[in-house]
Design a protein around this ligand. Structure first.
Ligand SMILES: [Zn+2]
Ligand SMILES: [Zn+2]
Ligand SMILES: [Zn+2]
Length: 144
């Protein structure tokens, strides 16, 4: 993808969710979008440093949390690994992610647990579910 085009798109996307397009935000989002696999906070810090942006850990976390909150990124946690972040393309629609166990790529998947299943879980566990996040593990289309 053309670099200037993607920056224009990023500025538009930030504006759409009500965030000001700071240089740091543009860079972080561009890195998440061009990465083929999810990135850890350490990897992002390193990438930002390599283009001359020095950012504190806390500030990076804050920016990432903001992206997750507005749906521009997703936090993926898997077992022993530190949290990883991936760019999210369907910011408005409810969806989930699959992490390919072979190539580590993240695939956005449509569809969700049925309402019936959710009410069954609520009934069995005597809880009230107000939200959820699901990470699927498996093989992406290329790795099957
Ligand atoms: Zn997504
Ligand atoms: Zn794969
Ligand atoms: Zn869901």
């Amino acid at each position: 993808m053309n670099k200037s085009y993607s920056e224009i798109k990023i500025r538009e996307d930030l504006k759409m969710v009500g965030l000001s397009a700071t240089q740091v935000r543009i860079r972080i989002l561009a890195m998440l979008r061009t990465a083929t696999t999810p990135l850890t906070v350490e990897q992002l810090m390193h990438l930002l440093n390599s283009v001359g942006i020095s950012i504190g850990r806390a500030s990076l976390f804050r920016n990432l949390d903001t992206f997750v909150r507005v749906g521009l990124a997703e936090r993926l946690s898997s077992n022993a690994r530190a949290s990883q972040y991936t760019a999210c393309h369907y910011s408005s629609d409810h969806h989930h992610h699959l992490i390919c166990t072979k190539c580590n790529r993240v695939v956005e998947v449509d569809g969700c647990v049925s309402v019936d299943t959710l009410s069954e879980i609520e009934k069995n566990a005597k809880v009230k579910i107000t939200g959820h996040s699901i990470i699927f593990y498996g093989l992406c289309a290329r790795c099957q």
